[in-house]
Ligand binder design. Structure first.
Ligand code: WQD
Length: 343
């Protein structure tokens, strides 16, 4: 077993589980901390089925300072942290802001304090949501951070500021913040994927649930935007490509390439797709006809965003490889797996 131990908080979640697979593939030993507040212990079985290794999971709440400190002190050989564990439902964050501020900040601060006197490479799960509606596209990492549209988005912005400021004074800490665009799709084994709780708010899980008959028609939230077909544009990225970016970020810090103690990277494809293009791509990739209707705009939606991913290619040595067709195909295979195994 590798001696390169990496703490993966939220490691049984959607992006976390895919990243655990890529860490094992790259020869790391992931240690997961996950209290299953937004995932299932079954994912550990799936990870073992995919990789042949059953990762260790430690089930405690990172908001518990004592438990977090004890865990870190019991594992002095952890060399890196990939921090996924956070609440991330935009709509819920508007209804329950304190739940989001409490959970997302207490967990982060407990981790930073527990590791404060240890040399650590820290990868943070951030989001393109920090840009709001960019003034120019594709959006680069130097674009101004705009006032968050939701408490969820605000927790990402403030967390980046906390990490940047702590990395200045704590010479043991190096941080790489990855600003995800829109993660979609599933592992090619169809053994792991996105498991939304309740009615999916995001486009692709709603599409696959509609296609399998779990939901009614898909509503396209507006077709009167200033885009080629009137529907919103996003930069959809395959979750496996996104997972690989986390391994690249660890390598980047381990190999001393990160001159600064805090770095930010856009993790997207650099290509924008409209909602209607995603629907068409799904139908083409799967042969399944979708029932969709044009509805009213969704409040809080920005019109269009896609990333400039030059910095990630040049400095991280990472770029996306999987296309929209594979995103739709793999997402559909996973939805069928969920139905066949009543997950
Ligand atoms: C994409 C597009 C919708 C559902 C969110 C978070 C962001 C990040 C990614 C974590 C939009 C349209 C959607 C539907 C639709 N999460 N849509 N019908 O809003 O870009 O980003 O997830 O970091 O922080 O905000 O993703 O999938 O909800 O929407 O027409 O039933 O699909 O209007 O244009 P979004 P999304």
């Amino acid at each position: 077993m590798s001696d390169k131990k990496i703490l993966v908080t939220g490691g049984t979640g959607y992006i976390g589980s895919h990243t655990v697979v890529e860490l094992i593939n790259a020869g790391y030993q992931p240690l997961i901390v996950d209290n299953f507040s937004n995932s299932s212990p079954k994912i550990l079985d799936q990870l073992e089925a995919i990789t042949g290794i059953r990762p260790l999971n430690f089930d405690f709440d990172l908001c518990d300072e004592k438990a977090t400190t004890n865990f870190v002190n019991q594992h002095p050989d952890i060399t890196g942290v990939i921090h996924f564990a956070a609440y991330k439902a935009v709509g819920e964050s508007v209804e329950k802001p304190l739940k989001y501020y409490h959970n997302n900040f207490y967990s982060l601060i407990n981790l930073l304090e527990a590791f404060s006197n240890k040399k650590i490479n820290f990868v943070f799960s951030s989001s393109c949501t920090v840009y709001g509606q960019p003034d120019a596209l594709p959006v680069t990492e130097n674009a101004p951070v705009k006032r968050a549209e939701s408490p969820y988005g605000n927790t990402k912005q403030i967390a980046e500021e906390i990490l940047a400021e702590v990395a200045v004074v704590n010479k043991n800490l190096r941080v790489t913040a990855l600003r995800y665009f829109n993660p979609v799709g599933a592992h090619k084994s169809a053994l792991i994927g996105e498991l939304p709780i309740g009615v999916p708010q995001n486009l692709v899980p709603f599409i696959t649930q509609s296609a399998i008959g779990k939901r009614g028609f898909v509503t396209v939230y507006g077709n009167d935007y200033d885009t080629p077909d009137g529907s919103c544009i996003r930069d959809y990225i395959h979750v496996v490509d996104l997972a690989k970016a986390h391994v690249a970020a660890l390598n980047y810090m381990e190999n001393g390439k990160s001159e600064k103690s805090y770095n930010v990277f856009n993790i997207g494809t650099g290509k924008g797709s409209t909602v209607l293009e995603v629907i068409n791509a799904f139908e083409k990739a799967t042969g399944v006809k979708l029932d969709y209707k044009i509805g009213a705009r969704r409040s809080g939606d920005i019109e269009k965003i896609y990333g400039d991913v030059t910095k990630s290619a040049v400095e991280l040595g990472w770029k996306s490889e999987l296309d929209l067709n594979e995103m739709m195909r793999s997402g559909w295979e996973w939805e069928k797996y969920i139905k066949e195994h009543s997950l």
